[in-house]
Design a protein around this ligand. Structure first.
Ligand SMILES: CC(C)(COP(=O)(O)OP(=O)(O)OC[C@H]1O[C@@H](n2cnc3c(N)ncnc32)[C@H](O)[C@@H]1OP(=O)(O)O)[C@@H](O)C(=O)NCCC(=O)NCCS
Length: 241
């Protein structure tokens, strides 16, 4: 598997990626909103090697997990700067993501996730993705909103390394994703929005109002807010960006 996007080349992780992962992954800002169940912290000096040898490569061989390395097309060394992990198991969500700090905020992860949502639905045959994040993870939350995911719940959590007490759960069906992509490409939608699908304001969880304030609420686009409350209406999707 090899996927190219405007700026990225996405391909399965291999043992040679250990030095890059060891360099970019074990930083508090990267791991703090990830699961303590999955990450040994402090990260040992051979953490990346062990992760690749004992976890990622065997899981890919079994055919239930896809650990996709993100590299930049303009980097001749092809160094991995982040990872998207797709998995069949929904217990901890069908997708995990991280991107090296130096490369965040440039839209790289949105680019990678867009290509890998296509891959998950069109090639791997997922009918939906359940995706999760620490409820205080603004970047991850925004990324989901920008890639058509629908917030379905916020539940208590106790597994995040930084102690975040809540977890957001999101869903994205293949139908929703294809509608979103069709809108982005200017293609006609296959089904009209149901008249029963009435846009309603989205009440943010109380904790997020308190910790993030109204600025966060303002960051939710009106269309994303409507889509978030339109579960029965797959054609009513946020405007692509
Ligand atoms: C989540 C993560 C992968 C996002 O990667 P990224 O490449 O920075 O994301 P993008 O540049 O595609 O940005 C997507 C949106 O998130 C926003 N964003 C990125 N970093 C942000 C931050 N630190 N705070 C708030 N918003 C942020 C972007 O600005 C963009 O929204 P906008 O266009 O409305 O501004 C990255 O922050 C990361 O690796 N975090 C540490 C690991 C982690 O928490 N993974 C998620 C586990 S669920």
């Amino acid at each position: 598997m090899k996927i190219t996007t405007a700026r990225l080349l996405l391909r399965p992780l291999c043992m040679q990626d250990a030095p890059a992962i060891q360099k970019y992954f074990p930083h508090w800002e990267i791991v703090r909103q990830l699961s303590a169940k999955a990450i040994t912290w402090p990260y040992p000096p051979d953490g990346a090697q062990k992760f690749l040898r004992n976890i990622a490569l065997p899981a890919m061989k079994r055919g239930e997990d896809w650990y996709v390395g993100i590299t930049r097309k303009d980097d001749p060394a092809g160094e991995v700067i982040g990872v998207v992990h797709l998995r069949r198991d929904t217990a901890s969500g069908n997708r995990g993501i991280w991107l090296a700090a130096d490369f965040q905020g440039k839209g790289y992860m949105q680019e990678a996730v867009t290509a890998l949502n296509d891959y998950a639905f069109d090639v791997l045959g997922f009918d939906k993705l359940i995706i999760k994040n620490a409820a205080e993870n603004t970047a991850s939350r925004k990324l989901k909103q920008k890639t058509a995911a629908r917030h379905i719940a916020t539940v208590p959590a106790s597994h995040y390394l930084d102690g975040c007490p809540a977890q957001d759960i999101w869903e994205l069906t293949a139908t929703e994703w294809r509608s979103f992509r069709a809108l982005a490409a200017g293609r006609p939608l296959q089904a009209a929005p149901s008249p029963l699908c009435r846009p309603q304001p989205v009440p943010l969880p109380l904790w997020s109002r308190a910790s993030l304030g109204d600025a966060f609420a303002g960051a939710l686009s009106a269309s994303a807010q409507m889509a978030a409350r339109c579960a029965p209406c797959p054609a009513f999707m946020p405007r692509p960006v």
